[in-house]
Design a protein around this ligand. Structure first.
Ligand code: ATP
Ligand code: MG
Ligand code: FE
Length: 348
């Protein structure tokens, strides 16, 4: 079965072709970050308009790359939510129109389910059940994943998401938008330069006894530092490293606590912050000590992409009996949508 995946929830147009037997055949991504960078954040109306410009050419591109034709597609999976309403509507309406014209099923996918399942695109892939650490621009959650569509929230951020904290802190350090990758690069450079660590930041909620997170205080602590110290290149590097270490320590500590709590031995990391090298290193190091294994998506599938949507669609279409498997011909979107079990039905 050949599934076309369409992702348009935010500022990335992602298109992919996934074949249930042959795997990922081709994928393409257009990122709008440069356009939004000028405004310091995503402008929803500009995002929707740009998705309209990109979706069809990208579909043609992935089909050509796989030497396939529109008529070879057996089903379409698009991101139903959560995300920006206008941006979601672009993907949903194109999916519905194509599905109608080609007389094939159209399936609305939860964006976070896409992120969550993205490590399954790699080999070796984890088996159910596992714990998932979902660290993206809009979410920071620990989930117990018992099977496809069976997600139990173990804990989440009470304020900013980890990616959001990276981006806001990067802005404070003058690193532009989106600053997460730039901040991480600065931190890694400072770390390998062997300079003295001058700054230490708190580990919010690390010992709170639950699996929740809080990152907005860290950003305020960084603001205090930038006001107090002269922002030399060295000071910025030192603060970037102190910030990254604090976030990584909390994410690592809570992930291990989630493994202990559930008794599971597989940890899956998904979402943009999953690209962070220090996070990857520390998680692997600490998981190994307790005999657990960590799985990451390929770097290019950490942030938004079409492959994870095509893949989640393929998994759903192949799993009879799960609640959301009924293909739909409406282009309903859900700008806000919880991932937990009760949230998996489009009617929920
Ligand atoms: P959501 O999926 O919650 O709707 P999103 O789709 O915007 O949010 P992603 O695309 O998964 O989020 O991830 C983007 C986030 O990842 C940004 O906040 C970005 O700064 C962060 N990020 C990307 N690379 C890195 C890195 N190497 N280190 C830290 N953060 C990173
Ligand atoms: Mg993005
Ligand atoms: Fe995302």
């Amino acid at each position: 079965m050949l599934v076309l995946g369409i992702e348009t929830s935010c500022d990335e147009t992602g298109i992919a072709l996934y074949h249930t037997k042959r795997g990922l055949l081709s994928h393409a991504l257009y990122s709008q970050t440069e356009m939004h960078g000028e405004y310091g954040g995503v402008v929803p109306e500009l995002a929707s308009r740009d998705h309209i410009r990109r979706v069809l050419p990208l579909i043609r591109q992935v089909l050509a790359a796989a030497s396939l034709d529109l008529r070879d597609i057996d089903a379409i999976a698009y991101t139903r939510g959560p995300g920006l309403a206008g941006a979601l509507l672009v993907g949903a309406s194109i999916a519905a129109a194509l599905g109608f014209a080609l007389k094939i099923p159209v399936l609305g996918i939860h964006h976070l389910e896409g992120h969550l399942l993205s490590p399954l695109l790699s080999t070796p892939a984890p088996d159910f059940p596992f714990v998932a650490l979902l660290v993206s621009g809009g979410h920071t959650q620990l989930m117990e994943v018992s099977g496809l569509g069976q997600y139990t929230l173990l804990g989440e951020t009470v304020d900013d998401a980890a990616g959001e904290a990276f981006d806001k802190t990067a802005k404070l350090l003058g690193l532009g938008y989106p600053g997460g990758p730039a901040l991480s690069k600065l931190a890694d450079e400072f770390s390998s330069s062997n300079q003295q660590k001058r700054f230490k930041l708190p580990r919010p909620m690390l010992h709170s006894g639950d699996l929740n997170f809080s990152f907005s205080g860290l950003k305020t602590a960084v603001l205090t530092l930038t006001n107090k110290h002269e922002m030399t290149e060295q000071a910025r590097g030192g603060i970037a490293l102190a910030f990254q270490e604090a976030v990584v320590d909390v994410l690592t500590g809570k992930s291990l606590a989630a493994l202990a709590k559930t008794g599971l031995t597989q940890l899956v990391v998904a979402g943009g912050v999953g690209a962070n090298r220090q996070l990857r290193r520390n998680l692997c190091r600490d998981a190994e000590k307790i005999g657990a294994t960590v799985f990451f998506p390929e770097l290019e599938f950490c942030t938004d992409n079409g492959a994870m949507i095509a893949f989640a669609g393929a998994m759903r279409l192949q799993s009879p009996g799960i609640r959301d498997q009924k293909p739909d011909d409406t282009f309903a979107i859900k700008a806000r949508w919880d991932l937990e079990i009760q949230g998996m039905s489009p009617e929920a």
